[in-house]
Write a protein that binds this ligand. Structure first.
Ligand SMILES: Nc1nc2c(ncn2[C@@H]2O[C@H](COP(=O)(O)OP(=O)(O)OP(=O)(O)O)[C@@H](O)[C@H]2O)c(=O)[nH]1
Ligand SMILES: [Mg+2]
Length: 454
């Protein structure tokens, strides 16, 4: 099958000092040759050199660029590659890409460079996903998790587990081959022990899964409470900018306002909402409905009660009825509070006293939120891989279910060859996770979220 040579702008379009255009495929060098001045020598492999790029048809100069050549298999994709660092801006990169197209390259699909790297065995599927996470990371926590994955931190553990499954299968084969022997070479209890240990290890790896997935979008953090208690003031203080309108009028905030911030290196999607009360005007009522919608999906709730007024009936009702995300009870306006009114109800995950006037308590909220929402990652040992994607968690969970089924089959005294079908199913789950066996549609899903040029 003929393999196309692909080209794309790998830096964002628009004005910038430089832009990088990448070529990959068997024809990459031919495309480059068509753009160089005829008498110019071909740049050496892995030695950046300054060259003049010209239009392949008219010979007109397009730009002076730094050319770097990579030779298969020693490149990101594993194919022949050319990187052109040209001047940025709207026009020049466009001209360079277009000239490459006229010289035989076609525009790359999203993630096609990384997809080729994967197909050439340069990285496995977990590493490919990590590449996307590194690019898209908006928090240090995701960046760190993705780096561990990119360096095969997670892949290595998955491969180890797979090898342990193979060895277990090997042990079991003895029981199939020598069923009548009095003393099997390996007692069946040793096999059962190893299976149990694998389940424990899988559980350990799965521990970060739900929180790890939050790293990609940010934990939905909803500010709620009655009108005028200081939700928007606290929202602005945590955001570090005057984003939501603050006023002494009750019912100021109507629409939900969203912004993503890093707190302690972890991403949070802060949502300020309309104060909860009845009865309210028509528009405010809609705002309250929107607020309730967010509360239903929240990962954590900052429920604000003015320490100045103390809790009202609605506040008690809210805390009592709420059975969703953990609630941080924020006693606001601590600077004007009469101390006895600090409220400390049961059933809340944490309680903080805050004044946006003095700044008291803000630091405490910044401490509490990551510990509450990302506890498994905060407490995980350094370097332990965090599962940042549903696909990873599903793969490990499927493997765990099969190993458990295997143990059960042993317990029930089913024949070894029957029990071992579960081991093979677990192996398949891990192989799919690594991408050792992958259907095209799985790959499409993984690479769709890449930007063009990566
Ligand atoms: N002294 C003092 N006043 C505060 C504090 N926080 C908020 N306020 C005041 O309380 C009033 C209401 O603040 P907002 O932040 O608008 O309250 P809200 O809960 O968003 O109100 P709605 O949007 O109407 O539900 C404003 O006048 C703020 O200046 C605080 O920590 N100390
Ligand atoms: Mg408000």
């Amino acid at each position: 099958m003929d393999v196309d040579t692909i080209v794309s702008l790998s830096t964002p379009p628009g004005v910038g000092a430089l832009a990088v255009v990448r070529l990959s495929g068997p024809g990459a060098v031919d495309v480059l040759r068509a753009l160089l001045v005829k008498t110019a020598p071909m740049p050496s492999v892995r030695e950046p050199s300054l060259r003049r790029l010209t239009d392949p048809d008219t010979g007109e100069v397009i730009d002076e660029v730094v050319v770097t050549r990579f030779q298969a298999p020693g490149s990101y994709t594993g194919e022949d590659m050319v990187e052109l660092s040209c001047h940025g801006g709207w026009l020049v990169p466009e001209l360079v890409v277009e000239a490459c197209q006229r010289s035989g390259a076609r525009i790359a699909d999203r993630g096609e460079f990384t997809r080729r790297a994967y197909l050439h065995g340069k990285l496995d599927l977990i590493q490919a996903e990590a590449v996307a996470d590194v690019i898209n990371a908006r928090s240090r926590a995701l960046h760190r998790a993705a780096l561990v994955q990119m360096e095969r931190g997670l892949s290595r553990r998955v491969s180890d587990l797979r090898e342990r499954l193979l060895r277990l299968e090997g042990l079991l084969a003895h029981h199939v081959d020598f069923p009548e022997e009095d003393e099997p070479p390996v007692p069946i209890t040793a096999v059962a022990d190893q299976a149990a240990r694998m389940v424990a290890d899988l559980e350990l790896m799965l521990a970060t899964a739900p929180e790890g997935e939050l790293l990609r979008e940010g934990a939905l953090t909803v500010f709620a409470g009655r009108p005028n208690v200081g939700k928007s003031s606290l929202y602005n203080a945590l955001l570090g900018e005057e984003r939501a309108i603050v006023s002494e009028e009750a019912g100021t905030t109507r629409d939900a306002i969203e912004a993503v911030v890093q707190i302690g290196g972890f991403p949070f999607r802060l949502v300020d909402t309309a104060g909860l009360r009845e009865p309210a005007g028509n528009i405010e009522q809609k705002g309250i409905e929107i607020a309730r919608g967010y509360l239903g999906r929240a990962d954590v709730v900052l429920y604000c009660v003015s320490a100045d007024e103390g809790p009202m009936e609605e506040d008690r009702a809210f805390i009592e009825a709420h059975d969703g995300a953990p609630v941080v009870l924020v006693n606001t306006k601590a600077d004007i509070a009469k101390t006895q009114k600090h409220w400390d109800p049961e059933g809340t995950a944490a309680r903080v006293q805050v004044s946006v006037e003095s700044g008291a308590g803000l630091e405490e909220i910044r401490q509490v939120l990551p510990q509450l929402v990302y506890s498994s990652i905060v407490t995980a040992e350094q370097g332990v891989p965090v599962l940042t994607r549903g696909r990873q968690a599903r793969g490990l969970r499927a493997a765990k279910v099969e190993v458990e089924a295997f143990s059960e089959a042993l317990d029930q005294g089913l024949p070894a060859e029957v029990a071992s079908t579960h081991l093979r199913a677990a192996e398949t789950a891990l192989e799919e996770l690594l991408g050792a066996v992958s259907a095209d549609d799985v790959l499409d899903v993984v690479f769709r979220e890449f930007c063009i040029g990566k």
